[in-house]
Design a protein around this ligand. Structure first.
Ligand SMILES: Nc1ncnc2c1ncn2[C@@H]1O[C@H](COP(=O)(O)OP(=O)(O)OP(=O)(O)O)[C@@H](O)[C@H]1O
Length: 543
């Protein structure tokens, strides 16, 4: 790979940046060396994305000098960064599902093989060969002809990384490459990063998963409030020390509430639900005060079930709220039943980015801040201020557009929006994705407060620790159907991982019955509701 030659150091000295006068980077030094993995850590809003944008030519810093092998360079555009050997993989998939892997990569190629005849048309055979070679070098087993839309999340991340590697960069910057990947998929992406390191590529990556930073990074740089507070080898640095460097002395971990909030009454009951054509139908209850986590690999149906509860996908089956049959086919149905839905792709669907933070927080409940049919600005702001304090949402001002918030702070606004709306049940996908360690605790506390007040949560999270720390029960989905529901006390990290992967098929010893009877007042669904068919796992989008 060409990356083994050429520049071996790239970075920025004394980077300063402000947005309309608000300083978000303060004289930050950052250096990336060839053949290393360098993690960039910091709380939400500490400046990581801005620093990445500076390094990759997407933002021109107010001050500071970019350096390639010690020599100043100017990167006014991402194209110039690419020409200098610096590539970037953004956090969200920017792929077209209907394009094949090879065509996706073709769009990024600087020199495309052309047929001698045919007026310079692309030589697709030669290109496929090159793509195969590239994927082979990356250690990625992917068919160049496969459509991106048929790939699982890890494979799609591979495609994004391969697309960045088409230009053979010497430095690769990755923004949260493992966000929303379940542990096994995240491991595959980290393995690919290690492969690139052996080829001499310098990799910088942002992650809020400190255990993977400890396991993968050679060095870490920590930002706090736009300042570099540490730069050191990661060897010997514990995750607790990393967290302390990020947040200072503030408390970090949320605790399970001392008094369990689950009540015997059933809030939502679903009957004869199918999340796929292949999986069997099942019944499931969600109790007042309960956090029910729903988990499973891609294609297991877990994410789809949460989307059904949230009205994002029509429920195939019947639903009852408080024992009353209700329709649950659309977002409007869900809202009418007091159900809120927090989707994973918050930017595209959860927030109106051009509206202010204050408006977004009250978006699902404008009636509550209106007087005589008119929104009261005073009440709108008072409410937004309350959530800003409770969730420590960093925003330039309550009137600032949501687009000006960092990713983690946007997520907090979304959680605030639904908590403010007075819903009784929240269907949540990845509630703390992209949220830093302190913010996670605040969101967890608010979810507990919500359930203590009589609400219930159906949670989909790929973060095993979050599932174990938050949930009262865990519904494990496999092969497009519900496999079993476990009280969280019966699970630990290893067992839950094994259950989702299908390595362990049932309870050990005297474990729970299939859909367990953790709540005596609520009879367990009949065993016939447990799917008997075991179709093969399909690697596809959960929707
Ligand atoms: N376009 C913008 N206009 C105004 N302010 C902005 C803009 N983009 C980011 N900011 C502000 O700059 C600060 C740093 O944001 P940045 O996105 O770099 O943080 P981050 O460390 O990447 O956070 P996260 O972990 O949440 O992604 C934040 O206070 C944010 O509100």
């Amino acid at each position: 790979m060409a990356a083994t030659t050429g520049a071996t150091r790239f970075g920025v000295r004394a980077a300063v940046h402000d947005y309309s006068g608000v300083v978000v980077l303060r004289e930050v030094d950052f250096e990336l060396r060839g053949g290393e993995i360098h993690a960039l850590l910091g709380e939400n809003g500490s400046g990581k994305s801005t620093l990445i944008k500076v390094l990759t030519g997407a933002v021109r810093p107010t001050g500071g000098t970019l350096l390639l092998d010690g020599e100043p360079i100017h990167l006014a555009t991402p194209q110039q960064a690419q020409a200098a050997g610096v590539a970037v993989v953004h956090q969200n998939y920017n792929l077209f599902p209907d394009l094949s892997v090879e065509k996706t990569l073709l769009a990024s190629a600087a020199d495309v093989p052309r047929r001698v005849t045919g007026l310079g048309a692309v030589d697709h055979r030669a290109w496929r060969r090159r793509v195969r070679e590239l994927l082979h070098r990356l250690g990625v087993d992917l068919d160049p002809r496969a459509l991106v839309g048929t790939l699982g999340p890890a494979e799609r991340k591979f495609v994004e990384i391969a697309r960045a590697m088409v230009t053979e960069p010497r430095f690769l910057v990755l923004d949260e490459p493992t966000a929303s990947l379940e542990p096994a998929a995240a491991d595959r992406v980290l393995t690919l990063m290690r492969t690139l390191r052996t080829h001499g590529v310098g990799l910088a990556f942002v992650s809020h998963r400190l255990d993977e930073v400890a396991a993968t990074a050679d060095r870490v740089t920590v930002l706090r409030d736009g300042q570099r507070v540490a730069e050191r080898p990661s060897a010997g640095l514990t995750t607790a020390e990393m967290a302390r460097l990020m947040v200072g002395d503030r408390p970090q971990e949320s605790l399970r509430p001392a008094v369990p909030t689950v009540r015997p009454e059933v809030l939502l009951r679903v009957h004869e639900v199918r999340v796929s054509d292949d999986g069997g139908a099942f019944d499931l209850d969600v109790h007042v005060g309960e956090i029910l986590a729903v988990t499973g690999l891609v294609g297991s149906g877990a994410a789809r079930f949460v989307a059904m509860v949230g009205g994002d996908v029509p429920l195939r089956g019947r639903a009852e709220i408080d024992g009353r049959p209700v329709p649950l086919r659309t977002a409007r149905d869900a809202q009418a039943q007091g159900i809120g839905f927090i989707p994973e792709d918050r930017k595209a669907r959860g927030l109106v980015l051009e509206h202010s933070c204050a408006v977004n927080i009250s978006l699902a409940s404008l009636g509550q801040v209106a007087t005589a049919g008119r929104v009261s600005r005073r009440r709108l702001l008072r409410r937004a201020e309350d959530f800003r304090t409770r969730l420590d949402i960093r925003m330039p001002s309550l009137d600032a557009p949501a687009s000006t918030l960092s990713g983690g702070n946007q997520q907090k606004v979304l959680v605030a929006k639904w908590l403010a709306s007075g819903v009784r049940l929240l269907a949540v996908e990845e509630p703390t994705q992209g949220v830093d360690i302190g913010g996670r605790a605040q969101i967890h506390d608010l979810l507990h407060e919500f359930t203590a007040g009589g609400g219930a949560v159906v949670l989909f999270s790929t973060d095993v620790r979050e599932v174990l720390g938050l949930a009262d029960r865990v519904a494990v989905f496999r092969h497009g159907g519900l496999s079993r529901v476990h009280p969280v006390g019966d699970l630990d990290q290893a067992r839950l991982t094994a259950l989702t992967a299908g390595e362990e098929d049932g309870p050990r010893g005297h474990g729970p019955s299939p859909a367990d009877g953790a709540f005596p007042a609520s009879p367990a669904p009949p065993s016939s509701s447990i799917p008997s068919a075991r179709p093969t796992l399909r690697m596809e989008s959960s929707r």
